[in-house]
Write a protein that binds this ligand. Structure first.
Ligand code: GTP
Length: 188
C-alpha cells in the first residue's frame, strides 16, 4: 500500500528563556541541558512520526530568537513582533511560558494574538495552539496559586489543550505534541 507524507510546520513561541529550545531538543533528540544560550536566528528540528499505516508525518519544529527586537528596543523585551514570514505556512503552535515567572505567563496572550493575527488555516480558522506551562519540575518555586485555572483559561482563549511540562524531566512533552498533531491532522 502507498504511504503518504504530510509535512507540518509547527512553531514554538513564548518569551525569552521559557524553554522553547529545550522542549524541541527533548522531543526530537531526547536530550536536556541546563546550560542556557539564547537562540540567535532560527532554530528548527525535524521529527518523523509513523502516524498510521498509510501516513508518515514530518513535523518541522521551528523557533526564532526574540533577541533582535529585544536589543533594538533598548534592552526592553518586546513581544509579538515576529515577522509574518516566520508564521507563514505554520499549521500549529506551542505557546510556552515558564511556570516560575509570572511575566512569561502574562505574555502568553500576546503571543497567541500575534499568531492569530499573522496566520490562519485555509478555511479561515485559527491554527491549533497548545499552551505549555513549562518547568513544572520547579513547581515548588512556581506560581501555581497565582495562575488562573489553566483549563478555563486555555478554553476561553482558544487553545486546543494545555499541559504542565518539563523538558528537564521529560514530562508531557510527547503528550503535548501528540495533542497538537492530532488537532492539526483531524481539524484541517
Ligand atoms: P530563548 O532562546 O532565549 O528564547 O530561550 P528558550 O525559550 O529557548 O529557553 P531554553 O530552552 O534555552 O531554556 C532556558 C533555560 O531554562 C535553560 O537553562 C534550560 O536548561 C532551562 N530549562 C528549560 N526547560 C526546563 C525545564 O523543564 N525545567 C528546568 N528546571 N529548566 C528548564
Amino acid at each position: 500500500m502507498m504511504q503518504h507524507e504530510r509535512l507540518l510546520k509547527v512553531l514554538v513561541i513564548g518569551d525569552l528563556g521559557v524553554g522553547k529550545t529545550s522542549i524541541i531538543k527533548r522531543y526530537v533528540h531526547q536530550v536536556f541541558s541546563q546550560h542556557y544560550r539564547a537562540t540567535i536566528g532560527v532554530d528548527f528540528a525535524l521529527k518523523v512520526l509513523n502516524w498510521d499505516h498509510r501516513t508518515v508525518v514530518l513535523v518541522v519544529l521551528e523557533r526564532r530568537s526574540s533577541l533582535k527586537s529585544w536589543r533594538s528596543s533598548g534592552g526592553q523585551e518586546r513581544y509579538g513582533n515576529m515577522t509574518r514570514v516566520y508564521y507563514r505556512e505554520a499549521v500549529g503552535a506551542l505557546v510556552v511560558f515558564d511556570m516560575t515567572r509570572l511575566s512569561t505567563f502574562q505574555a502568553v496572550l500576546k503571543w497567541k494574538g500575534d499568531l492569530d493575527s499573522k496566520v490562519a488555516l485555509s478555511n479561515g480558522k485559527a491554527v491549533p495552539a497548545v499552551l505549555l506551562a513549562n518547568k513544572c519540575d520547579q513547581r515548588r518555586h512556581g506560581l501555581c496559586p497565582k495562575l488562573p485555572k489553566l483549563e478555563n483559561f486555555s478554553r476561553e482563549y482558544g487553545f486546543v489543550g494545555w499541559f504542565e511540562t518539563s523538558a528537564k524531566d521529560n514530562t508531557n512533552i510527547d503528550a503535548a505534541m501528540t495533542c497538537l498533531v492530532k488537532n492539526i491532522m483531524y481539524v484541517e
